[in-house]
Design a protein around this ligand. Structure first.
Ligand SMILES: [Zn+2]
Length: 321
């Protein structure tokens, strides 16, 4: 079977950061930095480049390191995660550098972590002690098509509440992850349903190649570190914090639509956050129509950019009353 060449859907305008210093880390784990204030407080982790072509978080972590800021309380870990994939980044063909062998955000389960057969599983094993020790985790991502930032909270109320306390972005999405494997933000204690003191957010900062995605990442980093009491508000450099969203809405994902065939097609050029009436045609899975199953059905991150059999191509969500 041959595959038609897939050209990138949009030009990539965000510059690629020079990480030659940042990739060294200060922990013995490449790309991982750790700061211990010696004071009581949360153990906070900020992670970037789980996907090698999602540069906004790398820019934010680089800005933190360049700022000379010292955490005030607890500990802070910064992780540049999939450096091997990042090293393949090419702005003229940016989709392949998402990962080397498999998606690093689908391997966070004991069976895969115990089976170091891919570049990403070996990297996850290196990162695992840092994720294990983190009480508060913010994981920075960007998207293939959507421009509007989304805070992905998972299903647990403690993280939905935190996303609403942050005051930005406007759209908070409670989602259950992916059939294809466990995300880092759902791993270990972070996946436990009871409030065990952990907090985990996955921020989708906008389109991969949009310079604005870097601004969103800086704003989110600042808000998260203030809320975790790692920093005081007065510590935050000017220009990092954006205005609060005029209004936040929380949406709960009711189902993830994956493509068993790897041949899903959309009926329209959906951007995400469209609200559809029941019965509206969304697309076709291997020729079979897929329609909105209920009224006010909101489309979350429609994308066939990374399609292959089993990959999530879309989530459907409804407003949390
Ligand atoms: Zn991502």
């Amino acid at each position: 079977m041959t595959h038609a060449a897939v050209s990138p859907p949009r030009p990539f305008a965000l510059a690629c950061p020079d990480l030659s210093a940042e990739r060294l880390g200060n922990t013995g784990t490449p790309g991982v930095w750790h700061f211990d204030t010696g004071e009581p407080g949360n153990k906070v982790m900020l992670s970037a480049l789980i996907h090698g072509n999602e540069l906004c978080g790398a820019w934010a972590l680089k800005a933190f390191l360049a700022s000379g800021l010292c955490p005030r309380r607890g500990t802070l870990t910064l992780a540049f995660c999939n450096l091997a994939a990042f090293d393949r980044f090419d702005p003229s063909d940016y989709l392949p550098s998402r990962f080397v062998d498999e998606d690093l955000n689908r391997v966070w389960s004991p069976d895969k972590l115990a089976d170091p057969t891919t570049s990403e599983r070996r990297r996850a094993a290196e990162l695992r002690p840092w994720v294990d020790q983190a009480d508060w985790l913010m994981d920075f991502h960007s998207m293939s098509t959507s421009d509007v930032p989304l805070q992905l909270t998972g299903m647990h109320q403690r993280n939905i509440d935190l996303a609403l306390r942050l005051g930005n972005p406007a759209n908070v999405i409670a989602d259950a992850g992916h059939a294809a494997g466990v995300r880092m933000r759902d791993y270990g204690r972070h996946g436990a349903p009871d409030d065990n003191g952990t907090r985990a957010l996955l921020i989708e900062c906008g389109f991969h190649g949009a310079p604005e995605s870097r601004d969103v990442a800086l704003d989110q980093m600042a808000r998260f570190l203030i809320e975790a009491e790692t920093l005081d508000r007065a510590d935050v450099p000017s220009g990092w914090l954006a205005a609060d969203a005029s209004r936040q809405q929380a949406l709960r994902v009711t189902q993830a639509i994956s493509s068993p065939s790897g041949r899903f097609r959309f009926a329209r050029d959906w951007k995400g956050l469209e609200s559809l009436a029941a019965g509206t045609l969304i697309g076709w899975e291997d020729g079979e129509p897929v329609v909105a199953p209920y009224d006010n059905c909101v489309l979350i991150m429609p994308s066939v950019a990374n399609i292959r059999p089993g990959v999530t191509v879309l989530r459907l969500a409804q407003t949390i009353a």
